[in-house]
Design a protein around this ligand. Sequence first.
Ligand code: GLV
Ligand code: MG
Length: 337
Amino acid sequence: MLRLPPECPGARQYAQGVSMRTSRARRTCLAVPGSSQRFLAKAPQLAVDEVMLDLEDSVAPGQKAAARAAVAAALGSADWGSRVRAVRVNDVSTGWAYRDVIDVVEQAGQHLDTIVLPKVTGPGDVRWLDVLLSGVEQAMGFAAGAIGIEAQIEDAAGLAAAEQIAAASPRLEALIFGPADFMASVGMRSLEIGVPPAGYPGDAFHYPLLRILVAARSAGLQAIDGPYAAIADTAGLQRSAASAAALGFDGKWVVHPGQVEIVSAAFSPGQEEYDRAELIVAACEHYAAAGAGAALLDGEMIDEASRKLALVAAARGRAAGLHRTREFTPPAAAGRG
Ligand code: GLV
Ligand code: MG
C-alpha cells in the first residue's frame, strides 16, 4: 500500500491511479492467442505481471467458439500465481462479443480478474460491457463488480473520446494503446506493429500515448502501451518500452517470451533512481522544517516541485518492493562527521 502525504496532488493522483484494483502490477502484459493450446500451456511459466488470453484478432473466425472453451479451461486449470488474469473479447460491433463474455465468465468468472475490451470507440462500449458483466455476475452468484475492465483505445474515434471512456465505469482499471489498429485507423505509413513510421521527424506515437495517459490518470487508471511486433528487433523494443515508461506509462504488452525481460526492466524503477527520489523527499522535508523553500542537494536546486516529482518515483519504487540504500544526511551533521 502506498503512503503519500495527502497534501501532494501530483503524487495523490498517481497513488489514486495505483490504488486498490489499479494497484495490480502490469509492467509486462503477455498476449496469448486463445486458440493455441501450446501458447496457453506455456503462459503460466513466464514471469509476466498479466496474461491476456485473446479471443480477438489472434483467433481466426472459425476458431472463436473453440477458443472460448480453451481459454475458460486454461483459466480454471492452470496455476497463474499472482499474475493478473485477463481475457480479451471481440469488440462490441461483432456478433462474437456477447457470447465471449457470457461463456468465459459463466465458465471461469471466479478465475478471472479483468476483461480487455478492444476497439473501444466511446463510453457506450464500456457501459455495455459493465451491464452485461453485472448480469452474469448476478446470475452466477459472483460479487457485484468483481470483474474489472481494461479498455483498448485503438482508433481515431476512441482517442477523441479517451476522457469519456476513462470515466465510463467504476470497473475500469486501465486504458491500453493499440498501435496496430490505430495506425490503420489514421492512415499511418508503417506496416510494422508498434514501430513508428519512417519519415516523420519526431515520435509519431507521442500524441496518442500522451492523450491516453492523461485520460487514464484523470480517472485514476493505469496506462498500458501496446505490442511491438518485430520480435527480433530487441533494440527497437527497448526504445519503445523506455519511451513509454519515461512518459509515465505503467507497462506494455509483450507478444513473445523473448520480450519479457526487456519490457520488465524498462518499467521497473532502478535502485539509483529510487534512492535519489527518497533522498530528495527527505531533503525537502528537512529544509521545509527549517523554514527554507528551496535548497541545494548535490549541486541541484530542489523545492516543493522537486518533492512532488520525487514522491511519485518513490511511490513507484516502494510499490515495486525496493528499499532505500542511502539516507539523507543534513550538511551540518555531515560536516561533524
Ligand atoms: C493491438 O490490439 C493493436 O491493435 O495494436
Ligand atoms: Mg488491435
